[in-house]
Design a protein around this ligand. Structure first.
Ligand SMILES: [Fe+2]
Length: 291
């Protein structure tokens, strides 16, 4: 029996009664996905599964996205990414790569629709993920602003955040990597691919311009929207316990990681396995095909 309980914040639900190592049938998946689309964030408690079962779960949500930084993909599991401060192979990058507000894969044409992090090692202090409810932020915009931004296309690029507003730069891409992610445009107010809800999309991180708008005006508009969104009343900070699988509706949220130092003894390591997917879950694609 799946049970949902409020998290200690403005949105999201903790989920008990799910065992990813045993797998989730279609009925269970529909219950989870409907809850996700309603609450934006689920935290599945007490998971013990390995990579294969976790990946099976990830694939129920969509097609896993292999990260543009190919060296960051997990050996043998290119659909998984190790996030945190323990992976020597790319520690300098992974430790603080996501400390700015962003939306995963908003720099790609086919954006991420769900992202999940599976907590394997959790520090005693810090290491939380902050998530922001973009629907609540959009709903609070006044009518003038909504009218102003409706129909605008924002331009996104990996690394656009570098140096902006004091944010740390993202990892530089090689020429070959950059060639796979040219700038793309997405509606500033974008419809959710399953629910159709309209929401302010990805104004952090990758957004750096508005089609047809002078740069200074676009900068000012994006900065004002970011400032509006990044308010405590829209934010939940999740402090992980080992075994948590946090999954969020990437189309309806932004998120950022708390900055971490390199590990220094017991209780200072942070390791999460990340899967980010695109597309509509199979269960919904089948329902659409049958309709
Ligand atoms: Fe992220």
């Amino acid at each position: 029996m799946i049970r949902f309980e409020p998290l200690d914040g403005p949105f999201g639900r903790a989920v008990q009664g799910v065992d990813l190592s045993a797998g989730i049938d279609e009925e269970g998946f529909l219950a989870l996905s409907q809850a996700l689309y309603r609450h934006r964030l689920l935290v599945l408690k007490d998971q013990t599964c390995g990579k294969d079962a976790y990946l099976r779960f990830g694939r129920q949500w969509g097609i896993p996205i292999q990260h543009v930084i190919d060296t960051a993909r997990m050996p043998g599991y290119p659909d998984l990414l190790e996030v945190g401060n323990v992976t020597r192979r790319w520690r300098m990058y992974s430790r603080n790569t996501a400390v700015f507000w962003h939306t995963d894969q908003s720099y790609e044409a086919d954006v991420a629709t769900a992202t999940m992090l599976y907590a394997r090692k959790v520090p005693d202090l810090g290491g939380e993920t902050r998530l922001l409810d973009m629907k609540a932020a959009y709903d609070d915009l006044d009518q003038d602003m909504r009218g102003q931004i409706d129909g605008l296309l924002a331009i996104h690029y990996y690394g656009a955040t570098a140096g902006r507003d004091g944010e740390p730069p993202t990892q530089q891409l090689t020429e070959a990597q950059a060639a796979t992610v040219p700038p793309v445009s997405h509606p500033l107010v974008r419809a959710h691919s399953v629910t159709g809800e309209r929401v302010l999309y990805a104004v952090g991180g990758t957004a750096f311009g508005i089609e047809g708008m002078p740069n200074a005006d676009a900068d000012a508009l994006l900065r004002s929207l970011r400032t509006h969104c990044i308010q405590d009343r829209y934010v939940y900070a999740h402090q992980y316990e080992v075994g948590d699988v946090a999954i969020w509706d990437t189309q309806m949220t932004m998120h950022c990681a708390a900055p971490m130092d390199d590990p220094d003894g017991p209780g200072t390591e942070r390791l999460l396995w990340r899967i980010s997917v695109r597309g509509v879950p199979d269960a919904y694609a089948r329902k659409r095909a049958a309709a």
